[in-house]
Design a protein around this ligand. Structure first.
Ligand SMILES: [Zn+2]
Ligand SMILES: [Zn+2]
Length: 146
């Protein structure tokens, strides 16, 4: 029986263990072989119980719908991936995103990480400059040895 679960980190198409003795959503006389995560948003996911025939059908549909316009750059891509924005967390909304946008996002994460490191090291440099003021020339003191 189809089900709805609360916020989760599943992506649509994710296969879960079937429940024992549960019938297919489409075929009330056929036992389901798997549970598949369907429509997913930040509120939760629809879970579908499917028999082998329905799973095969779904696989065909996934192949057909994997091309389209990217939700982020709006460009048409032959291969869209179900993807979450890392800034919105692992239970945030799911987007259809092209490979270019995903690699751009990965670069962004790497840059943010690198700039954090730079900020730490620049504060260390300020400390060093303060120390240099204490390294004064001691030639004035030696004149008293006369
Ligand atoms: Zn079925
Ligand atoms: Zn894109």
């Amino acid at each position: 029986m189809a089900d709805v679960i609360g916020p989760n980190s599943y992506l649509p198409g994710r296969r879960l263990k079937p429940l024992l003795g549960v019938m297919c959503d489409e075929h009330p006389t056929v036992l389901s072989v798997t549970r598949v995560v369907g429509e997913t948003d930040s509120y939760g996911s629809e879970i579908n119980d499917l028999c082998q025939e329905c799973v095969d059908l779904m696989d065909e549909q996934i192949k057909e719908t994997s091309s389209g316009n990217c939700d982020w750059c709006k460009n048409h891509s032959p291969e869209l991936v179900k993807h979450r924005d890392y800034e919105e967390g692992s239970t945030g909304p799911v987007y259809d995103v092209c490979a270019a946008c995903i690699s751009k996002e990965n670069d962004c994460i790497a840059e943010n990480y690198a700039s954090d490191l730079n900020q730490d090291s620049s504060s260390d440099l300020d400390d060093d400059q303060d120390n240099e003021i204490l390294d004064f020339d001691d030639s004035d003191i030696r004149q008293d040895d006369d």
